[in-house]
Write a protein that binds this ligand. Structure first.
Ligand code: ADP
Length: 427
């Protein structure tokens, strides 16, 4: 039997990666590229950088593997938005980046959306769409909105106008009803909205010219993607409600698989749909950034070795790089608390790690209070996942099994989506 391989791309904030995996999840090839710097007058030409990176990464895939790849998927940064000509696929203006704010459109969005809806944030895709509509909309008869991932996928399959319900959440798509809500459909710009299917749904075969140019096989399908942070969660292969992934990077982010959908804009908590379950998330400003202000990574390693994780630290801190917290405490003025500092640095670090663990515990507790499935096991991603003493402290504080996630690369997560797409391929 011929080997079947699956290709996932991750288009993150600083660069892009691919992963090629087999059906058992073993990585056959992977690589990363930074975005090349192109400018367009005074601003950066992101569309060109992304497109070029996609094709450079395709070339980076070992030629002997390409002919075995049967399915492809791509993730992009959430709320990165491209408005294009629906006849030609050419962008009508520069893209709106994930973190770009369109505050001028916020009052209009708030006036049509339900209170505290995900779109009621100046970075939402809908604010970007409304901002474009008010500026250029009346002059463009045939425009279409796509997210970064949708547009990159389109370069591969050529069928314009398809998105997934993870990327479409911030434009206002209702993943529970599986439709756009009536308050959005009734807007004069609603004809720009793409059609929406589940992540990992086959859209079309890889374009013939690309198949021939790169040596992919005839049956290779291109599937809808997701956002970069959801793809990173998918990489951990968490499939049971109650299982969660804590990301201990510069900040602390938690994501819990739940049977119920939970939203609370006060805490920045919202849920993404994952088939018949919900991925509930919250993000605290505590995390590794504070550790980096105090210690080098080398010091962190050496000091951690001196910690006895079964001993309770009574030092009670709230480590923040600057004032302000959203989750699990909603207080834009919350002050960092890192005093008193004991003379012994290992003791100090122990207190900080334990305090961050208590914030993590409070976070999972809050999700449960808000109605999510109770957490029963935690996997860890990010720089903090390598600290075994911290893991032991967290096990004690959370009262749950805690371990490292085997895979944490978003590209691995989209390769898993490509498997999903291949398994339901009826094209
Ligand atoms: P991000 O991608 O969010 O910048 P990473 O996942 O790369 O973060 O993790 C980097 C963070 O991990 C840094 O903030 C650093 O303080 C923290 N870190 C590095 N080594 C350790 C360690 N041994 N113990 C705890 N934290 C660590």
């Amino acid at each position: 039997e011929r080997e079947r391989l699956y290709l996932g791309f991750d288009f993150g904030t600083s660069g892009a990666r691919f992963a090629v995996i087999d059906i058992g999840g073993t990585i056959q090839a992977e690589a990363k590229r930074h975005y090349p710097l192109y400018s367009n007058g005074e601003s950066r030409d992101w569309v060109r950088s992304w497109k070029e990176t996609l094709f450079l990464l395709l070339q980076d895939i070992p030629p002997n593997l390409r002919k075995h790849i049967v399915s492809i998927s791509i993730d992009g940064t959430s709320a990165t938005t491209i408005i294009l000509d629906s006849d030609t696929g050419e962008p009508l203006c520069r893209p709106f980046l994930y973190n770009e704010t369109c505050s001028e459109a916020l009052p209009a969005v708030k006036s049509i959306a339900p209170p505290n809806h995900t779109v009621c944030s100046a970075t939402s895709t809908l604010c970007k769409l409304v901002s474009w509509w008010n500026r250029d909309g009346l002059n463009e008869k045939s425009a279409l909105l796509l997210h970064q991932a949708d547009w990159l996928l389109w370069l591969l399959h050529g069928k314009l106008g398809v998105s997934d319900y993870n990327n479409a959440l911030k434009v206002g798509y209702d993943p529970e009803a599986d439709s756009y809500p009536s308050w959005l459909i009734s807007q004069p710009y609603s004809h720009l909205l793409p059609s929406v299917v589940a992540p990992g749904t086959p859209i079309a075969c890889l374009k013939e010219e690309l198949r021939n140019k790169f040596g992919f096989q005839k049956e290779c399908v291109v599937c809808t993607g997701t956002t970069d942070s959801i793809a990173a969660f998918l990489a951990a292969r968490v499939t049971q409600p109650g299982k969660a992934v804590t990301s201990l990077g510069s900040t602390l982010a938690i994501k819990l698989l739940s049977n119920t959908r939970v939203e609370d804009s006060r805490f920045g908590v919202y849920s993404h749909r994952l088939d018949d379950k919900w991925l509930v998330g919250g993000a605290s400003n505590t995390g590794g950034a504070v550790l980096r202000q105090l210690f080098t990574d080398d010091q962190l390693k050496k000091l951690s070795e001196q910690i006895n994780p079964s001993q309770i630290s009574l030092l009670d801190y709230y480590p923040l790089p600057k004032a302000g917290e959203r989750f699990p405490i909603a207080d834009p003025d919350l002050a960092p608390r890192l005093l008193p500092r004991p003379e012994n640095d290992a003791e100090y670090l122990h207190g900080i790690l334990e305090s961050i663990a208590r914030i993590e515990e409070k976070g999972y507790g809050l999700l449960k209070e808000l109605g999510a499935t109770a957490v029963d096991q935690v996997f860890t991603a990010g720089g903090g996942a390598n600290n075994e003493k911290w893991t032991k402290i967290r096990e004690r504080v959370l009262g749950l099994p805690v371990s490292r996630a085997n895979q944490t690369e978003a590209a691995y997560g989209t390769a898993l989506l490509a498997i999903k797409g291949d398994q339901q391929n009826i094209l």
